[in-house]
Write a protein that binds this ligand. Structure first.
Ligand SMILES: [Zn+2]
Length: 422
């Protein structure tokens, strides 16, 4: 009987994923732009599922959808679970949608087993989390926590001649109302927010027996969009080594030094990732020319801002050393900082205990990507995350997720809801 119910639950979730995929297909992957007609249609469809499950629907004035499964004591702050409905252009179907379907599955399960939780359980479907269309991430969650600004409304679409504010208005919401600096719901009425999300990295998928993670925190980052190394252009045959000021050699030297220092930090137990994602010589570079200029990007992330700042200091210091030794110059553009976010420790511990109760193996894991959870957590809502193994990364049309892994993660959420007040 329980197995029949599980199979049926699995089918309930698969159906939703497939319908949403069809609704937002772009031929190769899915495209659900935040504050687009597609995102609105997908939310309407999901709202219909909520109505079928008997949920009470509330749409806030930024268009985020809240669907409540009533608990025994309606006065108690609610247990909220959900994620974002949008995607990047030509992205995968599970980024965001997994967290919404998991929350719906918990409602489906409670309905089928006639279970009434102590407090309300709310499915939260947020809009426009991805930054790829307007350059601004977490628009829905920033709006609902009262942290969206009128300046954000002026951000222009990446390819079309319209602003974020115009797209929000076209969906029927008023940009002025949602940027007034007021939270759109009473944040104190949320006892816990749990976002289930695909991992988007290889850690969980690399394990045979642990396919679910409980997030320890969301990494912050420090970035430079452009670092310039300036040396001296010269003939590659006519200048011997001692006279060269080779920008490629200098940059390679710097990156290699940082790679070694990164190993040192990891050996010391720090959480740290370091990436130079773009690296290029200038337009006049040629095979027979000693390169006089290199530009590159820097992206360093950690759960600890102190670790990042320390590593950034090393970068600047090493750049000065390389510059001295090789007769080049490094120019850094403005340092861009995104703060790391804490998850609620007590709530995360509850998730680990819930997993134990459900007989599901979990491991603690840091989140490298940003999530709406960070916004809610920074606004004072006790928040935590469940990660599910997935394949082929994310933000690409080849992103995959196995239903059995998803159901395990959903089971952790369900056990957390069931045992929350024990
Ligand atoms: Zn996401």
């Amino acid at each position: 009987m329980a197995n029949d119910l599980q199979r049926e639950g699995n089918k309930f979730c698969r159906n939703i994923f497939e319908t949403v995929r069809k609704m937002s297909s772009d031929g190769l992957g899915v495209t659900r732009q935040g504050y687009s007609q597609t995102e609105s249609e997908v939310l309407d469809y999901l709202r219909g599922i909520g109505v079928d499950l008997g949920l009470e629907v509330h749409i806030d004035i930024a268009g985020n959808v809240w669907m409540t499964y009533p608990g025994q004591d309606r006065e108690l702050p609610a247990f909220v679970a959900g994620s974002h409905a949008d995607s990047v252009p030509q992205g995968g179907n599970y980024d965001g949608m997994a967290g919404i379907v998991a929350a719906l599955a918990v409602c489906w399960w409670m309905r089928r087993t006639h279970f009434t939780p102590k407090r309300d359980f709310v499915v939260l479907m947020m809009r426009c989390e991805e930054s790829s269309f307007f350059g601004k991430a977490y628009v829905g969650s920033l709006a609902l926590t009262g942290r969206l600004t009128m300046d954000d409304m002026m951000l222009r679409h990446r390819t079309e001649d319209k602003t974020l504010g115009e797209c929000i208005a076209a969906c029927g919401f008023n940009p002025a109302d949602i940027t007034a600096g007021r939270a759109l719901v009473n944040l104190k009425s949320i006892a816990a927010f749990v976002e289930l999300h695909i991992e988007q990295g290889p850690m969980l998928d690399g394990s045979d027996d642990t396919r679910v993670g409980i997030v320890t925190g969301i990494r912050g980052n420090v970035r430079h969009k452009v670092v310039r190394c300036i040396g001296q252009t010269a003939h590659s045959g006519a200048v011997d080594k001692a006279w060269r000021h080779d920008a490629v050699m200098a940059t390679a030297d710097l990156i290699h030094r940082m790679d070694l220092l990164w190993d040192e930090r990891l050996a010391a137990g720090d959480d740290l990732v370091f990436t130079v994602g773009v690296l290029k010589t200038n337009a006049t570079a040629a095979i027979s020319v000693i390169p006089g200029e290199v530009t590159f990007t820097v992206d360093m992330r950690s759960l600890s801002m102190e670790t990042i700042e320390h590593f950034h200091d090393r970068l600047v210091e090493q750049a000065q050393e390389v510059a001295r030794e090789r007769g080049v110059r490094f120019e850094f553009d403005t340092k861009l900082v995104t703060k790391s976010a804490q998850v609620d420790e007590a709530l995360s511990d509850k998730l680990v205990r819930a997993a134990g109760e459900g007989g599901i193996a979990v491991r603690r894991i840091a989140s490298g990507a940003g999530h709406d959870t960070a916004v809610l957590s920074n606004a004072g809502v006790p928040s935590a995350m469940i990660f599910v193994a997935n394949q082929n990364g994310s933000h690409n049309p080849y992103e995959e997720m196995k239903m059995e892994d998803f159901m395990q993660g959903t089971d952790v959420l369900w056990h957390a809801v069931k045992t929350f007040d024990d």
